[in-house]
Design a protein around this ligand. Structure first.
Ligand code: HEC
Length: 509
């Protein structure tokens, strides 16, 4: 019945729900929130939590409009043009179900029949990072305007290493809007904590962090091992965007880096560069304009990811490669949003043969019709790095082409990646069903979801192991009275299946 209804619904393309059909209850739609929304909408994020019925119901009113207008989930690239990994999208059938649920009053029904909520462990990459760099405690300087600060962090590497993956973990997630990371190979840059660091220093862009985005992982097993070289003595530059109104709040963001073991062979070099730039653009107040950039490709390349960039007067953009009448699509954003940008990783690398030209075109709407226009009334806009200027600055991650690159199934390769096996956007049943009491001062009771051979350990958030124990029961009690007060990670590892699960615990006395 439900399937039939969805079919009729999408066929007719209507938004209201005929009342003759069964009313959906929370249990029928919870899985949609858990797979499409809660990666951003959970506790302590910069989006309001949506982890249970009452929290979701509290957002019911704005939700209908946000879904109907495609404002949520936020995903700028046009899926009709090119597909990427980790798309933050909702299918039309799922959207129809949520709208139907909303239109009949967002009923609770028996909420215990809803699937279990996913959990979000503090770190998403498995294994121990080779290097952890921290900004140190920083007090946000974003008063009436947004602040952009650049933290230049020495790696202290004594030999070159090849970056395989990294994860950025904001200390205070609600105030960290985005982080962009560059390598400063010479190690000569210094931090700019004035709030006006619009242009990030450094010579090699390696990606960044945006709310809800997965960690950056380069393919690290056959048929493709790839990575970015970090030179001995290099610094990493983290540009962190704190939104207006957060002044005085504390943050301490860390970047956790995973390298290939020294001496690993056959790692192909991934490059990051910005071939498409236009610094002569200008758009007078109350006009619209199109600006372009192009770049001749002298040798065949495999494009791994695209990161187009503009500010708030831009409303749409497109990147492709062409030779005569042949075009190779790369990315199209019909509804550009400055707040949602990042590297978009192709599902299969895109081969650009030599002789083709990379091409970019951005459309700038400097009228009052553009709701994101930073000026009211509109002002003349010039090229520049401040968010009230404009840019055309389209970056790519790419490699020198090797035959077969375009056939490698990146998503499948990533699904088998040992670093990423915990990053599954669909929830798995939890191994740990309860920890009591938390915070704890003396004894910690750990309830597991089933009997199995477990290794359980407690480590500091820096990854230092404090305590390890084994059990084959579904319950165990740990004595924590010798552990000093603080925040720790408790991990349960089902030794046979390899499944792992972690939760934050607090020791306090
Ligand atoms: C990539 C992260 C992300 C995902 C995925 C996401 N959201 Fe959001 N959402 C946000 C952020 C950040 C905000 C707050 C800022 C804003 O409103 O833009 C927000 C705001 C909202 C609001 C407005 C809240 C208010 O008080 O006005 C609603 C409703 C909403 N989201 C619904 C959804 C739904 C439904 C989904 C899943 C279908 C979803 N979002 C998926 C990040 C996300």
């Amino acid at each position: 019945m439900k399937k039939l209804y969805i079919f009729l619904f999408s066929f007719a393309g209507i938004i209201s729900v005929p009342s003759a059909y069964a009313q959906l209850e929370y249990k029928d739609v919870a899985h949609i929130f858990y797979s499409r929304c809660t990666s951003c909408h959970h506790e302590n994020q910069n989006a309001p939590s949506m982890m249970n019925y009452s929290e979701t119901f509290a957002l019911a009113y704005p939700m209908g409009g946000d879904l109907a207008s495609n404002r949520m989930p936020p995903y700028p690239p046009d899926t009709a043009y090119k597909r990427f990994q980790h798309e933050r999208i909702i299918t039309s059938a799922e959207k129809a179900d949520v709208l139907s649920w909303l239109s009949t009053g967002a009923l609770a029904g028996d909420t215990t029949l809803a699937p279990p909520a996913p959990t979000y462990p503090p770190y998403r990459l498995y294994g121990t990072p080779d290097l952890v760099l921290r900004t140190g405690t920083f007090t946000s300087n974003a008063g009436v305007a947004d602040a952009y600060n650049c933290f230049s962090l020495p790696t202290n590497l004594t030999q070159d290493r090849i970056l395989r993956a990294y994860e950025i973990v904001p200390g205070n997630i609600p105030i960290v809007h985005h982080v962009v990371v560059n390598i400063d190979s010479m190690g000569t840059t210094t931090s700019d904590l004035t709030g006006g660091c619009y242009t990030i220093t450094g010579d090699v862009g390696i990606g960044g962090y945006a709310p809800g985005a997965p960690p950056t992982v380069f393919p690290g097993q056959a048929p493709l091992k790839a990575g970015i070289r970090i030179k001995a003595g290099a610094k990493l530059v983290l540009q962190i965007h704190y939104p207006a109104g957060t002044a005085g709040q504390l943050d301490s963001t860390q970047i956790r880096l995973y390298f290939y073991p020294v001496g690993t062979t056959n790692v192909r070099a991934m490059y990051a560069s910005v071939p498409l730039q236009n610094w002569s653009l200008t758009t007078p107040a109350n006009t619209t304009n199109t600006y372009t950039a192009s770049y001749y490709v002298p040798l065949p390349i495999s494009v791994f990811a695209a990161f187009p960039h503009s500010h708030k007067v831009c409303t749409s953009l497109i990147n492709y490669a062409y030779l005569a009448a042949d075009t190779i699509p790369l990315i199209r954003i019909s509804n550009w949003r400055f707040d949602w940008q990042g590297y978009y990783t192709f599902r299969k690398m895109v081969k650009i043969p030599n002789g083709y030209t990379l091409f970019s075109s951005h459309f700038y709407d400097n009228t009052t019709a553009n709701p994101n226009n930073p000026h009211n009334p509109p002002q003349n806009i010039y090229a520049g790095t401040s968010t009230t200027d404009e840019m055309l600055f389209d970056a790519f991650q790419w490699m020198i082409y090797q035959p077969g690159d375009e056939n490698i199934d990146m998503a499948a390769l990533m699904a088998n990646d040992p670093l990423l096996n915990g990053v599954n956007e669909i929830s798995k049943p939890e191994l740990i069903s309860n920890i009591y009491p938390n915070p704890s001062s003396d004894k910690l009771n750990i309830y597991l979801s089933k009997k199995a051979d477990y290794k359980i350990n407690i480590s500091t958030i820096e990854g230092k192991n404090i305590l390890t124990t084994k059990t084959n029961e579904d319950y165990t009690q740990l004595d924590v009275k010798n552990i000093s007060s603080g925040l720790y990670i408790l991990e349960a590892n089902d030794v046979k299946s390899g499944e792992r699960f972690s939760k934050k615990i607090i020791i306090s006395r």
